[in-house]
Design a protein around this ligand. Structure first.
Ligand code: ZN
Length: 120
């Protein structure tokens, strides 16, 4: 089976800009309820699926698709276990903001287990 290619391997500007954009978006989506996170995740996934080529190769939808990617990663960072994309990891619960980390996030799993074990 071929190894998946890093989509940002040839895009150093995207790779450099994404952690900053996600960090900014984390705050923007933090106050939203879970159902809004789910709605936004679907919306961002649709944008990325429709215009991911513009993001990688340039096109009129490049900027909104980059914003959808950053905001989508920010939404996922608020979910248990966070999200890892192109080797960068975000999870709000453990304070990982664009760290180089392999999924699954041990700190997040331990935090979730501690929450489940604690009396309410
Ligand atoms: Zn983490």
């Amino acid at each position: 089976m071929p190894v998946p290619r890093d989509p940002f391997a040839d895009h150093p500007v995207l790779e450099a800009a994404l952690p900053v954009a996600v960090l900014t978006a984390l705050h923007d989506v933090a106050h939203l309820p879970d159902d809004e996170h789910q709605r936004l995740a679907a919306e961002f996934a649709d944008t990325i699926a429709a215009h991911g080529d513009d993001l990688l190769y340039g096109g009129k939808h490049c900027a909104p698709t980059f914003a959808a990617l950053a905001r989508g990663l920010a939404v996922l960072a608020h979910q248990p276990g966070g999200v890892t994309f192109t080797g960068l990891h975000w999870c709000v619960g453990s304070g990982h903001h664009g760290t180089r980390h392999q999924a699954p996030c041990d700190a997040e799993i331990a935090r979730e287990a501690a929450q489940q074990d604690s009396p309410r």
